[in-house]
Design a protein around this ligand. Structure first.
Ligand SMILES: Nc1ncnc2c1ncn2[C@@H]1O[C@H](COP(=O)(O)OP(=O)(O)OP(=O)(O)O)[C@@H](O)[C@H]1O
Length: 293
């Protein structure tokens, strides 16, 4: 079931179109990563979905009575409030009854790992703590749709792991759309990918669809030196690429599988240091797609 349908969504500032005719849907209970270089239009798109900006053209159709949580890229806090006071205030603003707001805020701060800091003033918080606090205010009312603008970019690797795990645990009941530059993490928590560049959606699909379209897996054979690699590549009938002392064999139905390669390699006299089957990472695919458009 689609809980969001976006059709030809466009945003203009003066003459400049910064979001151009985006169309996509968000299915209930899925996580979608919005990926693109700086200035691609990710924040503008998320802000329109959160109703903070109005579209110049196109439509956003939301499921009836959909509740939304939003984490902006640079959340602002009131430095004189404690984390608990701030999240309690956010809970009340999002419609939670006053008598339940404090309990809900406490539980949410525990959930995001700020249990020991909830009575501290937010002015003294580190970047990572602020990111967690921003997430807490976005989820305190248990929204059905969660829009997150760079939720993990200010965190160190341990913090990123913790927040990704938290988001994964929310995913059962929540539909998530998040922008990110950290593609390795996106690879873990993504049912759908949306690649943006210069305001356009340049690629979309599931992780496996995008990988199949742009990056066939390959077998990498390492030789002691480039001469040996070139000599091996020349003697095989398969299409291959030589980079330094490596030979790369693309794998698809007309090309060899690992077993066939190992059989050939067993008959090679010398020079082979290692053989590996490799799949392209999301980062490699992203760089390739962005460069091609
Ligand atoms: N209020 C505004 N007035 C004019 N141009 C704007 C405004 N807000 C954003 N833009 C322009 O729109 C384009 C898209 O910006 P946006 O912040 O949506 O990109 P982004 O993909 O989120 O980038 P980043 O990864 O750097 O956050 C940029 O060229 C930006 O300069």
């Amino acid at each position: 079931m689609n809980i969001v349908e976006v059709e030809k969504l466009t945003k203009r500032y003066g003459q400049q179109e910064v979001v151009k005719q985006l169309s996509f849907v968000l299915e209930k209970g899925t996580a979608t990563a919005l990926i693109g270089p700086n200035g691609a239009g990710k924040t503008t798109t998320l802000s329109m979905l959160a109703s903070l900006l109005s579209p110049s053209n196109g439509t956003i159709t939301l499921a009836e009575n959909l509740t939304i949580g939003f984490l902006p890229q640079y959340p602002q806090f009131f430095p004189w409030l404690t984390a608990l006071e701030f999240v309690e205030m956010a809970a009340k603003i999002s419609g939670i009854e006053a008598r339940k707001a404090k309990l809900q805020a406490t539980r949410t701060l525990e959930f995001v790992g700020l249990e020991t800091a909830m009575n501290k003033k937010t002015g003294a918080f580190s970047g990572g703590m602020k990111q967690r606090l921003g997430l807490a205010q976005a989820i305190v009312h248990q929204p059905q749709l969660l829009l997150l603008d760079e939720p993990i970019s200010a965190l160190d690797p341990t913090g990123r792991r913790e927040i990704m795990d938290l988001l994964k645990s929310l995913q059962q009941d929540t539909t998530i759309l998040y922008s990110t530059h950290i593609l390795n993490d996106a690879e873990e928590m993504t049912d759908q990918l949306l690649f943006m560049k210069d305001g356009c959606l340049i690629e979309q699909g599931s992780l496996s669809e995008v990988k199949n379209r742009h990056a066939a897996p390959h077998i990498r054979i390492q030789f002691q030196n480039q001469t040996q690699a070139l000599d091996f590549a020349r003697r095989q009938s398969w299409e291959s690429e030589v980079k330094e002392s490596f030979v790369f064999l693309p794998v698809h139905e007309n090309y060899p599988n690992m077993q066939q390669v190992l059989r050939i390699l067993a008959s090679e006299q010398q020079g082979i240091i290692g053989v590996e089957s490799q799949a392209a990472s999301l980062e490699e695919i992203f760089l390739k797609v962005v460069a091609a458009k």
